[in-house]
Ligand binder design. Structure first.
Ligand code: DAH
Length: 336
């Protein structure tokens, strides 16, 4: 009973019950609990030293009473807090404000979808570079030295030899320099042009480049690949057509149209009543481009295309204004 003698236990109990009863907050209650019931409290220490039944009954009795008092005070404090909240006009039974879940940006979703389609066709996803040499962005792509798109009013120059890529086509050059054919790749990424923003122009936008280099491939492979691409993106009923066009890095050059997936080809405002929607440029890799990267055009053939990802997103979701992608208004983006 030595350990008991040092403390006046009835007084300890009274003092503890008073402290618990006087606690006005969770914190005060916790302080009282730690002081009188915690591991370092006189009660806990005495309990650890108990060797006889009588002392055990006494001390455990005090502990039970104090624990019950703490629990009762806790319930009381919660009730008081709710009462105060109700007086202040707060209804604590109303469900809380849900925290919104994040999601991928629509353009990221579409970019990944495109990557998946081509991965499924055995292509690799190639990561090009947004900063490009003038040679990669223009010269190696067979662009006319006097072409207006090279001017400093059209293109963002970093220095005389370096630009922010104006298209994903320089990725073709980088890839062909780094790899040995056969090459089958798609390269999605950001491009830059000095355009004033409006509903259909933005100084930064996304394109996806495709490049296939192999022996014995034909323009029919290009057509089949694009058909598969558009059917997966826009529905199994789609048809494609090629129109002749002109790009420095392809010969022949074409532009692809897809049958309108809004009206099914009957004619509507989206397809400007033609039944066809313009998708973008493509073609047969120009022999000069192969020569510029040290490939023999008599041995290797290839096709390429470059399509705008915002355009695909706008068409698919009927969005009239490209700026919606950059304004990051969650009321808009949250819909996709
Ligand atoms: N780079 C072209 C542009 O930005 C698009 C393009 C056309 C890419 C034909 C190609 C292609 O790979 O073969 O307008």
């Amino acid at each position: 009973m030595d350990s008991l003698a040092a403390v006046n236990w009835p007084a300890y109990e009274t003092e503890a019950l008073n402290a618990v009863g006087a606690a006005l907050s969770e914190q005060e209650l916790d302080e009282a609990r730690v002081k009188y019931l915690g591991r370092k409290s006189e009660l806990a220490q005495a309990l650890r030293g108990v060797r006889d039944r009588e002392s055990g009954i006494l001390l455990n009795g005090i502990r039970s009473k104090l624990e019950a008092a703490v629990a009762a005070r806790e319930t009381e404090l919660t009730r008081l807090a709710n009462e105060h909240a109700a007086e202040a006009g707060v209804d604590v039974t109303i469900p809380g404000t849900p925290i919104g879940r994040g999601r991928l940006h629509l353009l990221t979703q579409i970019r990944r979808e495109i990557e998946d389609i081509f991965l499924g066709l055995g292509y690799e996803v190639y990561e090009g570079a947004e900063v490009s040499t003038v040679w990669e962005n223009f010269d190696a792509l067979n662009a006319d030295p006097a072409h207006p798109s090279r001017s400093k009013t059209d293109t963002f120059y970093i220095d005389d030899d370096t630009v922010l890529r104006t298209q994903t086509s320089p990725d073709q050059i980088r890839a062909m320099q780094a790899k040995t054919p056969p090459i089958y790749l798609v390269s999605p990424g950001r491009c830059y042009r000095r355009d004033t923003p409006d509903a259909t122009h933005s100084p930064t936008f996304l394109q996806v480049e495709c490049l296939a280099v192999d022996r014995g491939i034909t323009l029919a492979d290009l057509q089949g690949t694009v058909l598969k691409f558009f059917r997966t993106l826009f529905g199994a009923e789609r048809e494609v057509r090629m129109r002749t066009s002109n790009f420095p890095f392809t010969e022949p050059s074409v532009e692809f149209d897809v049958t309108c997936f809004i009206c099914g080809g009957r004619g509507c405002p989206v397809c400007k009543h033609s039944g066809w929607i313009e998708m973008g440029g493509a073609g047969w890799v120009d022999p000069n481009v192969f020569r510029n990267v040290g490939l023999d055009p008599s041995e290797w053939q290839g096709f390429a295309f470059g399509f705008g990802i915002e355009r695909i997103a706008m068409l698919r979701h009927g969005l009239p204004d490209l700026r919606a992608f950059w304004e990051n208004d969650l009321r808009v983006l949250g819909q996709f």
